[in-house]
Design a protein around this ligand. Structure first.
Ligand code: ADP
Length: 643
């Protein structure tokens, strides 16, 4: 896999996976927290509605209790006391009318619609006000006073009334005959009843207040509904099976609170069972319906202090209403995560390319270097590790190139030495073989020349003698080159030694119009073979003079090069040498001079002598033309080269 792909994959994995996990975790956690908050909020909402209903019913009970002991009621008491004895009070009509008038006003101000009744101790209606309007006492019965309703003997009701605690507000179910809803259906609420206390602890009658639940209906109507929850109120009544599970209010089915209740509309079905089951487990709580479509919050309420009747109040919320905001939040988070993902991928891609590119480039350069091509690397490499890698590569390449150059030089030197050695051997053999016959030719020529006086033959013999001399000189050179005698070391005072050497070539220099200058350190002394080294300097000077034009200068410099070496330079203003010539400069018998003028042995002999002294000889073209030959020699005799 490519480096860039590798970096890309790892960085992507290292960022995208944790990012996604964090996004998912954060969503789940915030959803969990929010759901808990919502559950508490909706339950609190439901509770505050229950508190409102309770406050209303409590208030109604207080009003009814106060009415039972109110002055108008006391004023009406003589009528009730007379009724207790089956008599008609003398001012029956007046008292009844005044009391009824008071009740009319009271109902319109304090109590809601419904009916207020005052019953005589036998349970018959003396006074009745319905919806703030009196029902005239116009019905006659067994007793000598008229009733506000047709007389009904209901022993069951009477027994129930007689069992009620005196002076307290209790609740009971009126028979349909006294029920304002009559036979149209069941009333939503039970009726409040207070036995009226008379003198000596006897019951003088009963105050009955029949509520239609208008105020409760209003409370339910105004209660805030979170998430469009639908309210439901079910009566749980173990005492009266006909009312048990009766639906008092169901917003989703349009059943209002203050309307007659259909005895058939009861809490049934799977949802009903689930709600009742939950209620059995705990008096308040929350659950999700089995089909998962709704979330139901419920609580129990005991509306009647003296009855085992419970209102199960629930609010049913569509699950989607609750989860919708979370869907939006989740969608938002995923959207952000997706944008972050794309950004991460793009940045990772760019970053990976930025890191991998220089490495790839370095690798390419390494390959190119292996093929022998060195490419210059850009300086601006980041990060720093890659810059270090590039520096290391360049250091390695430099070191290798230096080592290669040194090896090449050593090889060249070895080749040169081997060449010199074999040529020397051959030259020594040839020189030796030719030298003897050549000496004989010279001797014979001299003898013949003495015998011939004048004429062409004498001239020819002279020429023969000259040519034999020249050949003899060449042979001497060859033998000189071949002999390579070890140096005879003496202390050489370099400045005077240079002057002596210059004196040897001064004739030639003068003849060619060349000026020879010196720049030498005064006290420079070296150890070496003065005669051999002079041969070197003379060779160099002759070459320089021969390469120079009339009027040129040749400079001889001699100075200390470093702590243990001296440097001798011969510098001319001549033609210099071409690179092809430069390579062969020190080869034996290499010459560019016309036949008869150069043997090609000067520099190779000089090289041999210098190397025997443990030194080095090099040549380089001057920038302004001409050639400089540098000779580096040890100041002191080297133990390696004392043989
Ligand atoms: P020779 O002088 O007999 O030719 P050398 O070995 O002394 O032999 O020189 C070899 C060759 O090097 C010369 O033929 C010449 O071409 C070249 N050479 C040497 N010294 C110089 C110089 N100072 N300037 C130009 N060429 C030179």
């Amino acid at each position: 896999m490519r480096l860039r792909t590798n970096i890309f994959l790892w960085v992507s994995l290292a960022t995208v996976v944790p990012l996604t996990l964090i996004a998912l975790g954060a969503t789940a956690y915030s959803e969990h927290i929010h759901r808990g908050d919502l559950d508490r909020q909706i339950a609190a909402n439901l509770n505050s509605m229950v508190v409102e209903i309770d406050r209303r019913l409590g208030y109604e009970r207080e009003v009814i209790a106060a009415l039972a002991v109110s002055p108008p009621m006391q004023e009406y008491m003589p009528v009730l006391l007379a009724a207790r004895e089956h008599r008609r009070a003398p001012d029956f009509a007046l008292r009844t009318s005044r009391f009824t008038g008071f009740l009319e006003e009271l109902q319109s101000v304090l109590l809601e619609n419904g009916s207020i009744r005052v019953l005589d101790p036998q349970g018959d209606t003396l006074v009745k006000v319905r919806n703030s309007r009196r029902t005239p006492a116009s019905f006659s019965g067994l007793n000598p006073y008229p009733y506000a309703e047709p007389e009904l003997h209901d022993d069951f009701l009477l027994a129930e009334l007689q069992a009620l605690p005196e002076g307290e507000v209790s609740y009971l179910s009126l028979p349909p005959s006294l029920n304002d809803f009559g036979s149209t259906g069941l009333p939503p609420m039970q009726d409040a009843a207070v036995p009226l206390p008379g003198p000596h602890g006897m019951t003088t009658g009963y105050l009955l207040v029949n509520s239609l639940g208008t105020h409760i209906a209003r409370i339910l109507e105004l209660a805030p509904r979170m998430f469009n929850g639908k309210l439901l109120i079910v009566e749980l009544n173990p005492e009266t099976p006909s009312r048990d599970r009766l639906i008092l209010y169901d917003e989703s089915r349009g059943i209002l609170f203050n309307t007659p209740k259909d005895p058939d509309k009861k809490l049934t079905g799977a949802f009903g069972e689930q709600l009742l089951h939950a209620d059995n487990q705990s008096p308040y709580g929350v659950f999700t319906t089995r089909n998962g479509k709704s979330r139901v919050y419920y609580t129990e309420y005991l509306p009647y202090p003296n009855k085992l009747v419970t209102w199960l109040i629930a609010t049913r919320i569509d699950s989607q209403e609750i989860t919708a905001p979370f869907h939006r939040i989740r969608l938002g988070i995923f959207l952000f995560a997706a944008i972050a993902l794309v950004l991460t991928l793009v940045l990772t891609h760019l970053g990976a390319r930025r890191i991998a590119e220089p490495i790839t480039q370095l690798a390419e350069n390494l390959k190119a270097y292996a093929r022998g091509k060195r490419v210059a690397l850009p300086d601006q490499y980041t990060p720093s590790e890659i810059r270090e890698l590039k520096d290391s590569f360049e250091y390695m390449a430099d070191t290798m190139e230096r080592a290669q150059a040194e090896r090449d030089h050593a090889e060249k030197m070895m080749l040169q030495s081997a060449k010199l050695a074999s040529i020397g051997e051959m030259a020594a053999g040839i020189g030796h073989e030719i030298n003897n016959p050549l000496n004989n030719i010279l001797t014979l020529t001299k003898l013949m020349r003495r015998q011939v006086q004048g004429g062409d033959l004498a001239n020819d013999l002279n020429s023969l003698n000259e040519e034999a001399h020249r050949a003899s000189e060449i042979i001497k050179g060859i033998l000189n080159f071949a002999r390579q005698l070890p140096p005879q070391y003496t202390r050489i005072h370099v400045p005077s030694w240079v002057d002596e050497s210059i004196a040897l070539v001064s004739q030639e220099a003068k003849r060619r119009g060349i000026q020879i200058d010196t720049e030498t350190d005064d006290g420079l002394i070296i150890e070496g073979d003065a005669r051999q080294l002079q041969q070197v300097l003379v060779n160099l000077l002759l070459n320089a003079i021969q390469a120079s034009d009339r009027g040129d200068h040749v400079v001889v410099k001699a100075r200390q090069h470093d702590a243990s070496h001296a440097m001798l330079c011969v510098c001319d203003e001549g033609s210099g040498v071409e690179s092809a010539v430069m390579e062969k400069l020190f080869d034996p018998f290499f010459t560019t001079k016309p036949i008869g003028q150069g043997s090609g042995l000067g520099l190779s002999v000089s090289l041999g002598i210098v190397e025997h002294h443990g030194g080095k000889i090099t040549a380089e073209n001057n920038e302004r033309g001409g050639l400089t030959v540098n000779v580096i020699l040890p100041l002191k005799r080297s133990t390696d080269h004392n043989a």
